[in-house]
Design a protein around this ligand. Structure first.
Ligand code: DC
Length: 685
């Protein structure tokens, strides 16, 4: 089929040429449009595959809500029907599966797993326990992926697996039947191999044991345990030991959360495109799956994990300045699924990022390692494979990425990573060919892109955030007593009355108070004290990250030194706006402010970005103002013009400028006494 590249409509970030399939073959992506809003990614693929297989094995009728609508999972759905499960589904409703050992049988017809390596490997484990021969086949990309890693343990369990060549390439035949348990240590960290052996173990005599040197995603163990399997999991250093015995599974109601690997595309895009603020809601938040968030945070990105129910979370990402290079250990993102999009982030970063031990990328949907080197090179940066590591020398800023034409090579993640690069690359158009493959995992990807880059209400994205439950680093739960959980955000320019009002308000309500300006001031003081240029982002961010900060009602200490008076000098007032404009400094202090609120169960927090960035869902937001002359009079300790200069820098900086949140109460304190003002605020609480 031939298609030609189309031309974007003005103001649109994407145009497409539909090549007749559900997604276009070729898309043109226009850069520089901020992404704003809330999005839900398709049901997690890994969980979806497993929900279908467990439902097929369970004795009775299971209901699956939120199943992935991608092609990979549809293949597994068809596969369990071919194996004898009864499967009913509608357009958007739940999938209902009636299964059980009595119903299941080897499939007379070959089962086509298309592009899905997960589908094939997991199915192989199920089929191994069914008497008779089943053939599993795949598309051209799956047909060159090695199946020897599952052939070996399944053979030892009593189900010979045969494929092409020494690596047992698909199509594979599996001669299932009576199995015996084995003790198995997969040669590489792989949840697919582990799960394959465990599915086979459900029908095996004796105990099946899988030892992992590095813990991989634990969906299979968790979901089998929920379905009543006789399974035990023990931690073992950085890894795990899983023990399983033949089990009868109970039917279940599965509620599949959003896929974090897909969420990574929106999270990274929001971190790279200026003005963006995106919430990806209700994603699965197991530690092996959201490691990419910590990688981005280490690069200085503004991303938070807001814990939700049942192991899910909302991921909140905003553009907060340019990123810095980092070192990514493979164990931080065991599946390596997020490497393509993190590689795009690395291409924009300052310095050289190393992805360690990623040779496994060579045998994904395409040789992702080679594909990434080509993509990074086409974007204008340098990438090199050194041993098993991928090194990317970043360009220093997103808008230095070249707009280019790239090809997915039949790999959905490469196509979506190229889309993120195109969005980040400033004004200009990029073309991505072979885009239709995105349907394997995210058929609604372009619809979601249209929605996020369309004329969304500017603050809609951040309004949905459960702000005072934010604990991005610790994931600690907030206090449960609701009376203690009031969070009041007070913002405003210098001299608007924030400190006086917030102190009295906190005292009246019996709450703690946090002066975030004192935090920025203490960091500025420490920089001056150590002879560090306040504009030196890396050095000042290191202070913000490492210093011990104690902010009391009247006292401020940094690394044990009482600086309560020293931080109010003209020198510090002069330096602080420069320090506060550094994204990495803001990132560090915002994390601390959120932790403070979690630890204190709310409180009164004053600053410049409290209602907009730090706690967008504070219970009450107040934005104080006062006339310029009154503010200058209140801050007469500052040199002439100092307040005006600080206001200008604070309001025009790129990173979290002083701004009133849409839902903040505006309160002019000119000529009013503090009791009066506090009375008024109390009426809003
Ligand atoms: O509290 P203060 O007005 O003295 O604040 C000192 C500086 O810190 C101010 O110029 C801006 C910066 N600041 C900020 O950028 N964000 C905050 N949340 C608090 C203060």
């Amino acid at each position: 089929m031939t298609t030609q590249s189309g031309h974007p409509k003005p103001g649109d970030s994407v145009s497409e040429n539909t090549g007749g399939g559900p997604l276009p073959n070729t898309v043109t992506i226009r850069g520089a449009n901020a992404l704003r809003g809330t999005v839900r990614t398709p049901g997690d693929k890994s969980i979806s595959h497993r929900a279908l297989l467990i439902a097929a094995l369970a004795e009775g009728t299971s209901v699956i809500d939120g199943l992935s609508n991608g092609d990979d999972v549809a293949r597994t759905r068809n596969a369990i029907a071919a194996l004898g499960a009864e499967v009913t589904f509608g357009a958007n409703g739940p999938v209902v599966v009636t299964g059980g050992r009595e119903r299941l049988h080897a499939s007379a017809k070959a089962i086509d797993c298309a592009n899905s390596g997960t589908g094939m490997r997991l199915l192989a484990g199920v089929v191994a326990g069914l008497p008779g021969r089943t053939v599993l086949s795949g598309d051209s990309s799956l047909s060159v992926r090695p199946m020897d890693r599952i052939a070996e343990p399944l053979g030892l369990m009593g189900a010979p697996v045969n494929g092409r060549g020494e690596h047992c390439l698909p199509p594979i035949t599996i001669d299932g039947g009576a199995l015996r348990g084995i003790e198995w240590t997969p040669p590489v960290a792989s949840a697919q191999i582990k799960s394959c052996v465990l599915f086979a173990g459900l029908a095996a005599a004796g105990e099946t044991v899988v030892r992992e040197a590095v813990a991989t995603r634990a969906h299979t163990e968790e979901m089998l345990a929920t379905a009543g399997a006789d399974i035990r999991v023990e931690a073992d250093g950085a890894g795990r030991v899983v023990r399983l015995r033949a089990s009868r599974l109970e039917p279940h109601h599965f509620n599949v959360p959003g896929d974090p690997s897909q969420a990574a595309f929106w999270v990274v895009a929001a971190c790279l495109v200026p003005g963006s603020a995106v919430t990806v809601e209700h994603v699965y938040a197991g530690p092996e799956r959201i490691g990419f968030v910590a990688v981005l945070q280490a690069m200085g990105a503004d991303v938070a994990v807001v814990p939700g129910p049942e192991g899910t979370a909302d991921l909140v990402a905003r553009f907060g300045g340019f990123l810095d290079a980092t070192v990514v250990e493979a164990s931080a993102i065991p599946s390596l699924d997020e490497v393509p999009v993190l590689a795009v982030a690395a291409t924009t970063a300052r310095g050289t990022t190393t992805f360690k031990d990623v040779a496994e990328l060579r045998i994904k949907e395409t040789d992702r390692l080679a594909a990434l080197v080509d993509l990074v090179t086409a974007l204008g940066a340098r990438a090199e494979i050194v041993g098993d590591d991928l090194q990317i020398e970043g360009l220093g800023a997103p808008d230095r990425l070249a707009h280019t034409k790239s090809e997915s090579r039949g790999d959905h993640r490469m196509a979506m990573a190229a889309t993120v690069a195109a969005l980040a690359g400033g004004a200009g158009d990029s073309v991505i060919a072979g885009f239709e493959v995105v349907a394997t995992s995210y058929p609604g990807f372009l619809d979601d892109l249209h929605r996020l880059s369309g004329p969304a209400a500017p603050s809609a994205a951040i309004r949905d955030v459960g702000a005072h439950a934010v604990a991005p680093v610790t994931n600690r739960a907030p206090p449960t007593d609701p009376a203690q959980r009031v969070l009041i955000a007070i913002d405003g320019p210098a001299g608007s009355g924030k400190s006086t009002v917030s102190k009295l308000l906190a005292a009246r309500l019996g709450l703690e108070r946090l002066d975030t300006g004192a935090m920025y001031r203490a960091v500025a003081w420490a920089a001056l004290e150590r002879g560090i240029d306040p504009a030196d982002g890396q050095a000042v961010a290191a202070i913000a990250r490492n210093a011990r900060l104690e902010i009391g009602w009247t006292d401020t200490r940094i690394d044990g030194v009482d600086v309560s008076t020293a931080i109010r000098t003209p020198e510090v007032s002069q330096a602080v706006s420069v320090v506060a404009a550094i994204p990495a400094v803001r990132y560090e202090l915002v994390q601390r402010q959120r932790r403070w609120a979690v630890e204190h169960g709310g409180g009164v927090v004053e600053g410049r970005d409290i209602g907009t960035v730090v706690f967008p869902r504070a219970d009450v937001k107040v934005f104080l103002t006062a006339s310029a002359s009154e503010r200058t009079r209140r801050r007469r300790d500052e040199p002439p013009g100092g307040v005006a200069r600080r206001d200008r820098i604070d309001s025009t900086r790129a990173a979290s400028p002083l701004a009133k949140a849409d839902d903040a109460h505006l309160l002019d304190t000119t000529g009013r006494n503090v009791e009066d003002v506090v009375e008024e605020v109390l009426t809003w609480i």
